[in-house]
Design a binder for this molecule. Sequence first.
Ligand SMILES: [Fe+2]
Ligand SMILES: [Fe+2]
Length: 157
Amino acid sequence: MDAIVLLRDDHKTVEKLFKAFEKAGEDAHAEKRRIADEVIEELTVHAVIEEEVFYPAAREAAPDTTDHVLESVEEHHVVVWMLSELAGMDPADERFDAKMTVLMENVRHHVEEEEKEWFPEVRKAMGRNRLVELGERLEEAKKTATRDPLEVPSATR
Ligand SMILES: [Fe+2]
Ligand SMILES: [Fe+2]
């Protein structure tokens, strides 16, 4: 699969989880815990494969995207720390929904920038064959990626 199509599919999966979270009732603590845990896993794996495989390849193929890549890593940094906090927080805690809301705002902004502002440049620079080859590497990387947000490279860099 084309690398950018794969990453956009991940974004859609996460957006569906966000919508489900927003629809869950105020006191649906077990459901919110389950959704949050899925969000944590999806976004952790996604951040790892972007940081370890896609971002370096994008930067090399399209050096003009370097500033976008660097900004994206800083956004990941904030997101993975929020994920680690959500992992250890009781959904009944009054700060839980607030933290999820800010996480969703951050991720939606980040995804919009990736999809609108710089992935198209990468697509143009790489072309179809390289994107398909890169997509295979992303799929492989998913299998072994950590599920611990604080083990994402940007967490401690
Ligand atoms: Fe990203
Ligand atoms: Fe992404």
